[in-house]
Write a new protein. Structure first.
Length: 376
């Protein structure tokens, strides 16, 4: 280990995606939960421009929402980078010095805890970098991360695995360029209301609820601001929004599944958008555990574990469902790096299941430290 008996954890956060502020909040929570007597922590921030910078833990602890202003990394720190370590060392951090003319060693990294949300972090890109550097890391691997980020391929794999998904249409950049009318014709087979989404984004960014055809083009244009590929899903009237957490078990055992939670919007015409998730004054209730009968709870937990295995996930995931008015469970999506502040849904469902926040963080670090590098 890098510091005698204590592993060194590189907490990587921020990023270039629109979910940069969410990642900053997640980093604040995780760093505060890591036991400093068991681990050495070094913060690695990625700015909006893509620069890697070293962020001391005390600066991470100061990241917070102020009114409606979300936290963001500044561009005034020295550049940092991850280099391959010696055999089995797991990579090494260095920092530019002397106005960019020199490098200062910051020490080896035993495990990376990537808390990046959205594209260029949660989608397999940084996981590929860690793989090439021989660095162990928390969470899903390259393929599972990519599939979990792309709602198109996620739903294809779920369908192939026999998991229940509702009707949807994907509009690729080529589809929209070559034959817009055909794309709109495919959408016309869906029943309104519809939800128009960027295919590879999270935190409900870029999503519109569409009640009729007159709103459709504007919603597609809005989603295109965040992703050239758009997915349009058939809405479910009067459906309940449910979520549960999945946690990898050591030794290849079946994954653990948490208690089920429910999201209840005070405004029934709204949906669980970015403001409702992250701005405290928004009107939303999170019920943990959800008021469900035992049979539905067990069915949902079994489907969540199956979804986790279907994409080859590792470490953790949050799996989101709809429960229709006629009692049917529909799998909405899997999130391989869910929001991880102490008050986020993933830690809350595990707290309700008997695993508190610091213990959850420690389990994820231990799982990452124990797994081999390379193909597995």
């Amino acid at each position: 280990m890098s510091s005698g008996t204590r592993p060194r954890v590189a907490v990587v956060f921020g990023g270039t995606s629109d979910e940069h502020p969410v990642s900053c909040l997640t980093a604040r929570g995780v760093v505060g939960a890591i036991d400093s007597e068991r681990y050495d922590v070094i913060g690695v921030g990625i700015t909006r421009s893509g620069r890697w910078v070293v962020v001391p833990p005390e600066q991470i602890a100061a990241l917070q929402v102020e009114g409606k202003k979300m936290p963001e990394l500044t561009e005034d720190a020295a550049d940092a980078m991850l280099l391959p370590g010696s055999a089995g060392a797991g990579g090494e951090l260095v920092e530019r010095t002397g106005g960019g003319t020199g490098l200062a060693q910051l020490g080896p990294v035993d495990v990376a805890f990537s808390l990046l949300h959205g594209p260029f972090g949660e989608d397999g890109t940084i996981q590929g970098l860690f793989e090439m550097m021989g660095t162990r890391y928390v969470g899903a691997g390259v393929l599972a991360s990519a599939v979990g980020m792309d709602k198109h391929y996620m739903k294809m794999i779920f369908e192939r695995s026999g998991l229940p998904v509702d009707p949807y249409v994907v509009i690729t950049p080529g589809d929209w360029h070559r034959d817009r009318e055909q794309s709109l014709k495919a959408v016309s087979a869906l029943k309104y209301p519809l939800y128009v989404k960027p295919t590879r984004n999270g935190s409900s960014i870029g999503i519109s609820k569409v009640d009729d055809e007159s709103q459709l083009l504007d919603a597609i244009d809005f989603a295109h601001r965040f992703d050239p590929k758009v997915i349009i899903e058939e809405g479910l009237e009067n459906a309940r929004e449910l979520e549960c957490g999945v946690l990898q078990s050591p030794g290849g055992e079946a994954p653990l599944v948490s208690a089920v939670a429910e999201i209840r919007m005070h405004n029934e015409s709204g949906f669980y958008d970015f403001d409702a998730k992250y701005l405290p004054e928004e009107q939303v209730d999170l019920d943990v555990p959800a008021d469900l009968d035992d049979a539905t709870t067990r069915e949902m937990q079994a489907l969540a574990a199956k979804a986790f295995d279907a994409i080859g996930c590792e470490g953790l995931s949050r799996v989101d469902f709809f429960l229709t008015a006629d009692g049917r469970l529909v799998l909405n999506e899997i999130n391989t790096m869910p929001g991880f502040t102490e008050h986020s849904m993933y830690p809350r469902v595990w707290a309700a299941s008997g695993i508190d926040y610091p213990t959850l963080v420690d389990r994820l670090l231990q799982l990452a430290l124990q797994r081999p590098v390379g193909l597995r």
